[in-house]
Design a protein around this ligand. Structure first.
Ligand code: ATP
Ligand code: MG
Length: 200
């Protein structure tokens, strides 16, 4: 790199650093956050479980509730659930188009929600993942007001990650951070079967 090119780069980076430093200086609040991963693209649950690994890595306690899933194997559960810092509960039913039994699905969702309520009231739990919660809300298995109140009244240091397609506006409004995974391509649509250790 020539000296003048390097000087220009330095000036640009100095200007960038001032902007970044000002942003960091403004972010003074210390509190847990509500994060939503929604959209039709892949990566919502993967990113939520990645956050669990992150929290556990610092010795924090975490809890995962999986709505919908339950009869499927799940590699990350196999690996992480031996951690004494982690609690993992599943609905224990299959996809709705497999069970075709709304009353049984609702009962299973309510049972799982009881665990979620316990976690959302426990200041010892640093991170709660509500995986595929959007379906439980959109199918009206859970009372949305009750869910919103439990999330809003959680301990100040606790963070919550909610995943699932079709997050409604009332849920987005309750979040601090929202990421939408956009579907650009999925191997499944090209006829590739879901891969063990990659998709589940
Ligand atoms: P992942 O668990 O891989 O992070 P996700 O949570 O974003 O995916 P879900 O909507 O929960 O996606 O779908 C669960 C399963 O369906 C995963 O095996 C995932 O790879 C697969 N999947 C995700 N997006 C698509 C898609 N657009 N078409 C087909 N299958 C998909
Ligand atoms: Mg998912």
């Amino acid at each position: 790199m020539t000296d003048s090119k390097n000087e220009k780069h330095k000036a640009r980076m100095q200007a960038r650093k001032e902007i970044v430093d000002a942003g960091v200086a403004k972010a003074q609040q210390e509190r847990g956050v509500v994060i939503i991963h929604t959209g039709d693209g892949k990566g919502k649950t993967t990113a939520a479980i990645g956050t669990v690994a992150r929290a556990l890595g610092y010795g924090y306690r975490a809890a995962v509730a999986q709505f919908i899933k339950g009869t499927w194997e799940c590699g990350e559960k196999n690996y992480l659930e031996s951690s004494p810092l982690l609690e993992w509960q599943q609905m224990g039913t299959d996809f709705t188009w497999e069970t075709q039994d709304d009353a049984a699905d609702r009962a299973a969702a309510e049972k799982l929600w009881a665990h979620c309520k316990r976690w959302l009231a426990d200041p010892e739990i640093y991170l709660v993942v509500l995986d595929e919660l959007t379906y439980a809300l959109n199918y009206k298995w859970l009372d949305k007001q009750e869910v919103l109140e439990a999330i809003q009244n959680r301990p100040a240091e606790q963070s919550v990650v909610i995943t699932g397609r079709g997050a409604k506006q009332y849920l987005l409004d309750a979040a601090d951070t929202v990421s939408e995974m956009t579907l650009q391509k999925h191997a499944f649509h090209a006829g590739v079967a879901a891969r063990k250790g990659i998709e589940w």
